[in-house]
Design a protein around this ligand. Structure first.
Ligand code: DGJ
Length: 726
């Protein structure tokens, strides 16, 4: 049994971890352990109920003052009645008071998983050993309840969490904050590892020790953002790739998010993750409930490597919808960096014809095919083919591409509208805007107010129309600005704090209807590259364009950071032209491919302008990728080395008999020498053969001494070594 309850103590076990809490005096839920697996169930001894002898703040009925609320590690904290740490839940009641005093009511153990309504989430997907614990808490003074759901995925060492706030009273309440996950820990000896960035440089890893007080990160941009990924880790001081304790946390959400770690007075950190409460206020009427997004967490006692592999497997098996679980997706060519807005049907069919001969399987027509879209100032919202480029519409184009042996994919940016568009001229009131204020532009466009059902239905109809007009098997769903003037005239003044979240719910609703009506459609998500790279989006689209920066050297940082929380198979990764369009850097074809292989591989350059020799290289590359698809996309991923001189990473099959090792030398040096990369992915007892005619090594040699790579003068070099156990 994954979940047990004994005398008010709850223990949630996965293969290698235990999560535990118990009912303590006066019905508070005291958190007692999250980490390596343990046997005891009653862990009351781990925390004194009072640590501060003076200045105790006891609950109202605790006349002997035996419990100091602000000292106790809690499962879901209230506020206003003595817990002075940052709170998971903040409610304004109809009388204007702000307080929540959450006490235990009841529990239920349910086989399988429970879904947060209308939100993307992990699903069972045919797996076994999954159980859910539902805990009901109640505010001592009102009819406000909190249902907490913990689903234990025993085999992948992951626990998901979400909460429902239920108003069983008559009067409305106002939820000003409702976190998805709280974790109260016992000491501050952790580093906070976050993944921050900016457009074209997303998810660079940053590690810093926890300091007293509050630290964390947020998005206020309406999307999960290029700046702060809704994923982070807390690790012990000496944790590295292969050793040490580390927690990984994900929020399954694509809008404003907040992560806080408050190190309180006894050096005890409180971790909270959920919707960002800035600009948020949800009016909850009587007999109604608010559902938080889901969060999930894992713990690894064996360093970052194991933590990432837990998360990769979990996302592949439980976040991706079953349709894409373990399924090979097509190797693509995208025309954006090949043509930008300068294309027509003939050019695309020519591209597809060459692509087909090189082993490419899908052509994606990017931005510029609709309205009269000559540049990025016009036509968003008018989802009808641009006569100049596609005189006979999408059907003959799709046929031309299919005849070349490729699938056909299309780009849309459904959430947006250009000022110069039929849609905006007809419905200027359909954009997010505040009456009496100017409308801020982002990339020359406005955001449609999807909170208005009429607008949402227009968008759904437009997408359905496009997708059913031709044989379209792939949709690149883009989103190229953040939200401003976040207001909806369809809601009352006291519900305007709901607009950010309702916007995200509307996007999810549209996506849900698209995948329901077009079940075979493959969606790749994109937001100016990786501006909405989160597990909320991965639920609908198993691949996301990782970054608009296609430079192979820049991608080493972006893909390295992203790999901590997200599976390799989710990262869109293409070979593009040189000099690179974002950095002007020139990298060899070999290096560009060796970096791009670690993702959903594809091309984004005009292959008709390449030399025959380069096209032959592409042929070999597509064959290589297809041959190793399973190892790269479903195998175990290892970050082997990363420093200023070189980067190395690799993949191993679950039985460790097959290994693919990549190495990139970052700088040429004056004194060439050799470096050794220890292959943590090797199995000690196996004997491995370099199948490209290289040497044979024992696994323990590769693991403890390593594989030797030369550092040479001149341009940056990349190597790929393929080993099989013999
Ligand atoms: C931003 C995307 O990230 C690019 O790949 C491309 O699709 C452009 N938008 C098109 O406008």
């Amino acid at each position: 049994m994954a979940i047990i309850e004994r005398n008010g103590c709850f223990k949630l076990d996965t293969k290698n971890t235990t999560y535990a809490f118990q009912i303590t005096k006066f019905g508070f839920l005291m958190h007692t352990h999250y980490g390596a697996k343990i046997s005891d169930v009653d862990l009351a001894y781990v925390y004194p109920l009072v640590r501060n002898r003076s200045f105790i703040n006891a609950p109202a009925e605790d006349t002997n003052m035996v419990l100091n609320i602000t000292d106790v590690p809690q499962e879901y904290s209230g506020f206003g009645v003595g817990d002075f740490r940052t709170t998971a839940l903040r409610i304004r009641h109809s009388d204007g008071s702000r307080a929540a005093d959450l006490r235990y009511c009841d529990y239920e153990i349910i086989d399988g998983a429970v879904r947060p309504e209308k939100l993307p989430c992990a699903t069972v997907n045919g797996a076994k050993n999954i159980q859910t614990l539902k805990i009901i808490l109640k505010d001592s003074a009102t009819d406000v309840y909190v249902n907490m759901y913990y689903t234990v995925y025993e085999d992948t060492d992951v626990i998901t969490r979400f909460n429902e706030v239920v108003n069983k009273g008559d009067a409305p309440i106002y939820i000003e904050k409702a976190s998805s996950l709280q974790l109260d820990l016992f000491n501050r000896d952790y580093d906070l590892v976050q993944f921050e960035g900016r457009w074209a440089q997303e998810r660079h890893m940053k590690r810093a020790p926890l300091a007293s007080g509050t630290q964390g990160f947020v998005s206020r941009r309406g999307t999960s953002s290029h700046q702060h990924s809704p994923f982070f880790c807390l690790c012990e001081k000496d944790t590295n790739e292969k050793a040490g304790g580390v927690y990984g946390f994900h929020l399954v959400y694509s809008g404003n998010h907040r992560t806080e770690v408050e190190v309180a007075q006894f050096d005890n950190p409180r971790v909270l993750m959920g919707i960002n409460d800035e600009g948020f206020c949800w009016k909850l009427d009587g007999d109604d409930k608010f559902v938080t997004p889901q969060a999930f967490m894992t713990y690894s006692a064996d360093g970052f490597g194991k933590m990432s592999r837990n998360l990769h497997m979990f996302i592949r098996n439980h976040i991706f919808r079953p349709k894409w679980k373990g399924v090979r997706r097509p190797l693509l060519i995208n025309n954006w960096e090949a043509t930008y807005f300068d294309f027509d049907q003939q050019k695309l069919v020519e591209l597809a014809t060459t692509a087909g001969k090189l082993g490419i399987e899908l052509l994606v027509m990017d931005d510029g095919w609709f309205g009269h879209r000559e540049d990025d100032k016009t036509s968003l919202g008018d989802w009808v083919p641009y006569k100049k480029r596609l005189p006979a519409g999408l059907k003959p184009l799709a046929e031309g591409i299919n005849n070349a042996g490729l699938k056909f994919g299309i780009w849309m940016e459904p959430e947006m509208v250009s000022e110069d568009s039929e849609l905006y001229r007809a419905h200027p009131d359909w954009v997010l805007s505040i009456p009496g204020r100017g409308r801020s532009l982002g990339r020359n466009q406005y955001v449609l107010n999807l909170v208005n059902d009429e607008v949402k239905e227009y968008v759904v109809a437009a997408i359905f129309n496009v997708l059913s007009s031709a044989n379209i098997e792939y949709l690149k769903w883009d989103m190229n600005r953040y939200l401003t003037e976040v207001y909806s005239a369809t809601l009352s003044a006291d519900s305007q704090g709901e607009v950010y979240h309702r916007y995200v719910l509307a996007v999810y609703d549209i996506l849900d209807r698209v995948i329901t009506n077009f079940p075979n459609l493959l969606i790749e998500h994109c937001s100016g590259g990786g501006g909405r790279f989160d597990t909320g989006m991965l639920y609908y689209s198993p691949q996301i364009w990782t970054s608009d920066d296609t430079d192979a050297i820049e991608r080493l940082d972006v893909q390295h950071g992203t790999s901590f929380g997200f599976p390799i198979t989710s990262m869109g990764s293409h070979v593009s032209a040189v000099p690179n369009h974002q950095t002007g850097r020139v990298a060899s074809m070999n290096l560009r491919a060796n970096v791009a292989y670690s993702g959903t591989f594809g091309y984004e350059l005009d292959i008709n302008k390449l030399t025959d020799e380069e096209r032959e290289m592409i042929k070999a590359q597509t064959a290589f990728y297809k041959e190793n698809y399973d190892l790269i996309n479903n195998g175990d991923y290892f970050r082997l080395a990363k420093n200023d001189t070189f980067v190395s990473w690799g993949f191993a099959s679950p039985d460790r008999k097959d290994m693919l090792i990549f190495f990139v030398q970052l700088e040429g040096g004056p004194n060439g020498s050799d470096v050794f990369v220890k292959l943590d992915c090797a199995e000690n007892a196996f004997c491995y053969k370099d199948i490209d005619g290289g040497d044979t090594y024992f696994g323990d040699t590769l693991k403890n001494i390593g594989l030797c790579f030369p550092l040479t003068q001149g341009e940056r070099k990349a190597y790929c070594k393929h080993f099989k156990a013999i």
